[in-house]
Ligand binder design. Structure first.
Ligand code: KG4
Ligand code: ZN
Length: 347
């Protein structure tokens, strides 16, 4: 099987998605989002998201197969996100995928959604070089990984000690009155602001804490500093320069991520940095990573925007990797794992 064909299914949060990948080629990619149903609550409501998955599952999978001009009989394997994510949401995707696998007799892989976020870069940039570094910036994760041998050996080099970068953006966004998810709003306003207007701390970069945690992140201090500043300006009756607040926050977060990622590349002697996760859609981070990559001689591989946020292509791509190296499919009774660790690539 030189170029395995894998159907990937995603349902960890508020996107139901299905895609077909053959080798490193994306044949179809279908995403249905329940985001608008959550916006008025200021965050994803698991019950609403689970119901939306139950509705969208069959239409998404059918369309992914139809767009690729295939039926289930044409695929070599099925992959589905088994975690991390919202339990009720995962249960819908995993149960649906198990039913498809059982009925069609195809092998099924319960994969790690977060590792899928970096796997997806292969559709644009080809296979991972051995011994490479990866930066994961999703809604719930901000971590540096040492990918020694994709998909067989992955270690965590550093991680956030509190909030993820995406969480930090979402919280500040709420404070500024932007609807959920706030990240893209901060991005847009930051493009028109002065990134030096407000002093925003860069967590774990200086002094003893910085030395003790060279590859770890902390964004709760950043969030608090911005919140305090906004509150004191409001108390003084001054108008909040929203663009400047966003630009200063975005610059601080992007700089810390880029600096630590480059330092990690140096440490692990990697001249490639793989980037993935919803937050890698952030334009300030993309620009900063490319700028630092140029400076340090590191090739930065960031997915195109539509492959940054949750999708089925990332799941299918990781499924292809598992099939290629001969990893055994998941057992028929594999469980969902809402807190699946980053070192576990499949169930
Ligand atoms: O990876 P993802 O789609 O979901 C998880 O698996 O967690 O990431 C979602 C996160 C949210 O925090 C969202 O605000 C953020 O990615 N995000 C952005 C942008 N687009 C999405 N944050 C900043 N700028 C963006 N352009
Ligand atoms: Zn995600």
């Amino acid at each position: 099987m030189s170029e395995p064909i894998v159907l990937g299914i995603e349902s960890t949060c508020d996107e139901t998605a299905a895609a077909i990948v053959q080798g490193r080629t994306l044949l179809s990619n279908v995403v249905a989002s329940s985001m608008e149903e959550h916006a008025r609550y200021g965050g994803v409501i698991p019950e609403i998201a689970s119901r939306a998955h139950a509705e969208a599952f069959v239409p998404c999978v059918s369309k992914a197969l139809a767009d690729a001009n295939m039926t289930l009989a044409d695929v070599d394997a099925i992959a589905v996100s088994a975690g991390p994510g919202l339990a009720g949401c995962l249960a819908v995707g995993v149960s649906g995928a198990k039913a498809l696998a059982w009925a069609s007799g195809k092998p099924l892989y319960g994969i790690n959604h977060v590792i899928g976020h970096i796997a997806v870069t292969q559709l644009q940039f080809g296979a991972f070089p051995p011994d490479t570094l990866a930066l994961i910036v999703s809604g719930g994760h901000t971590s540096l990984l040492h990918v020694e041998d994709m998909p067989r050996k992955i270690d965590v080099v550093g991680t956030t000690l509190d909030d993820a970068a995406g969480e930090c953006f979402d919280k500040v966004a709420r404070l500024l009155g932007f609807p959920y998810p706030g990240g893209p709003h901060i991005d847009r306003h930051a493009q028109h602001g002065d990134s030096h207007a407000i002093r925003v701390p860069q967590g774990l970069t200086q002094g003893k804490a910085g030395a003790a945690h060279p590859y770890d992140f902390s964004f709760s201090g950043v969030k608090t500093a911005v919140a305090r500043w906004v509150e004191s300006e409001q108390a003084a009756g001054r108008e909040i320069p929203v663009n400047d607040v966003c630009a200063s926050l975005a610059d601080s977060v992007a700089t810390v991520l880029a600096r630590k990622a480059m330092r990690g590349c140096e440490q692990y002697d990697s001249n490639t940095l793989i980037v993935g996760g919803g937050f890698s859609a952030n334009s300030q981070l993309r620009a900063k990573l490319l700028e630092y990559g140029e400076k340090y001689g590191v090739e930065v591989r960031i997915p195109q925007i539509k492959l940054c946020t949750d999708n089925g292509a990332m799941v299918a791509m990781l499924g292809v990797n598992l099939v290629e190296v001969g990893v055994a499919p998941s057992a028929p009774d594999f469980a969902i794992d809402s807190a699946m660790p980053l070192t576990k690539v499949s169930m």
